[in-house]
Ligand binder design. Structure first.
Ligand code: FES
Ligand code: FES
Length: 154
């Protein structure tokens, strides 16, 4: 079945089973490789993308259920908040192996869209579902603080 998806500002068509998870359609059919496969059961956050600005786990979201605009790590820098987040990530050298970081940045950007100056508790609540096996959590928190114009002590 042909499914039409809006991805990072472009209309893309994918001839897929409508039950295919969005992550598979993005990576294996459309070649959008930023979102990562981690657990496949909505527990790690590596696959996080936005649909109409809301973070979702693309590993458990069927393409047929996606009617809004999909933004991935490849497109998040088109917004001012996304740019600020990516810049802070780069300046604070957040990534270690990097595998979880696209999902971390997507969750952080969604957080800052909803709350311009998040406190530590807000960050913990919004980012708690994004696992980092390299334990970059302290730098992630600092980068979110920096992107929001707050002091960066963790
Ligand atoms: S791969 Fe989707 S949450 Fe882990
Ligand atoms: S940077 Fe390696 S898993 Fe997060």
């Amino acid at each position: 079945m042909a499914v039409r998806l809006h991805v990072n500002g472009s209309v893309r068509e994918a001839d897929v089973d409508p039950e295919m998870p969005l992550l598979w359609a993005l990576r294996d059919v459309l070649g959008v490789l930023g979102p990562k496969f981690g657990c496949g059961v909505a527990q790690c956050g590596a696959c996080t993308v936005h649909v109409d600005g809301q973070p979702i786990r693309s590993c458990v979201t069927p393409v047929a259920a996606v009617s809004g605009r999909v933004t991935t790590i490849e497109g998040v820098g088109a917004t001012a908040i996304g740019r600020r987040v990516q810049q802070a990530w780069s300046e604070l050298d957040v990534a270690q192996c990097g595998y979880c970081q696209p999902g971390q940045i997507m969750s952080a950007t969604a957080l800052l869209k909803g709350k311009a100056k998040p406190a530590n508790d807000d960050i913990d609540a919004a980012m708690g579902g994004n696992i980092c096996r390299c334990a970059t959590y302290t730098r992630i928190r600092a980068a979110i603080k920096q992107a929001s114009g707050q002091k960066t002590e963790a």
